[in-house]
Write a protein of this length. Structure first.
Length: 244
């Protein structure tokens, strides 16, 4: 049974994608239609567990550190998910955000590379990111209260990870680059809608669907991008890619 599951759902990208997005649709349905406790904790956890299994079976990491960074990131996101599904107070909300920051920090270290970057290319991107966060914080500032610094740190971490994903260009193959970068854009979308829903407008942008949709897509794209990653100098000798 385990071999059949691995063969048809983990080692085959098409089947894995169908299974993953079916679980994502199920989790959104549970969020909309069924009591949160205990069903949402199960449906949301299954997404991260499936991603972990997919990564374990298909990764081609040459450095053990990178492998553990990905595992630590996904586990941190799963713990953060548990805490943020139905936070009982601002403390639980802040702790959940801390686990998300830990996950993003692990991604940041995983995305980083040793190559020099083009400051002229990075600067416009930095300005855009800064203006975006400035505008977002301006909208939600009045309602942040004691959560101002946790939210600020969270978005600061998000911007750093987005920048490091942006700087992977030229260090890895194009497929991996665009998958990871697109995943980070989707993650920013999920984070932004969450912030606006929580601190600005409760029914913002169909938040009950869009937050989880963008979050699920982001994690899928990031993990797939890392699995598909090939360092440019190793492109001709890379092995162990996922069947598509």
């Amino acid at each position: 049974m385990n071999k059949l599951f691995t063969k048809y759902f983990i080692n085959n990208l098409t089947h894995f994608s169908i299974a993953y997005f079916s679980l994502l649709a199920l989790d959104i349905w549970v969020k909309l239609q069924i009591e949160t406790i205990p069903y949402r904790y199960v449906s949301k956890s299954l997404l991260i567990i499936l991603l972990i299994v997919f990564y374990l079976k298909n990764h081609n990491e040459s450095m053990r550190k990178n492998f553990w960074l990905m595992i630590a990131a996904l586990c941190s996101f799963m713990i953060g998910d548990w805490l943020l599904i139905e936070p009982t107070n601002s403390f639980v909300f802040a702790v959940g955000m801390i686990f998300f920051v830990i996950g993003k920090t692990c991604y940041a270290f995983r995305f980083s590379n040793q190559r020099d970057f083009n400051l002229g290319r990075l600067l416009p991107f930095l300005i855009i990111c800064f203006l975006y966060i400035l505008g977002l914080m301006n909208l939600i500032y009045d309602n942040l209260n004691e959560l101002f610094f946790p939210v600020l740190i969270y978005f600061f971490a998000s911007i750093i990870v987005l920048q490091l994903a942006f700087l992977r260009q030229g260090d890895v193959n194009k497929l991996s680059y665009w998958l990871v970068f697109s995943g980070m854009i989707a993650s920013m979308g999920s984070d932004s809608i969450t912030a606006l829903k929580t601190f600005y407008l409760p029914d913002f942008a169909y938040e009950k669907v869009t937050i989880m949709l963008f979050y699920g897509i982001s994690q899928y794209l990031i993990v797939l991008g890392i699995v598909k990653e090939v360092k440019l100098e190793e492109e001709e000798i890379s092995t162990n890619t996922v069947n598509s």
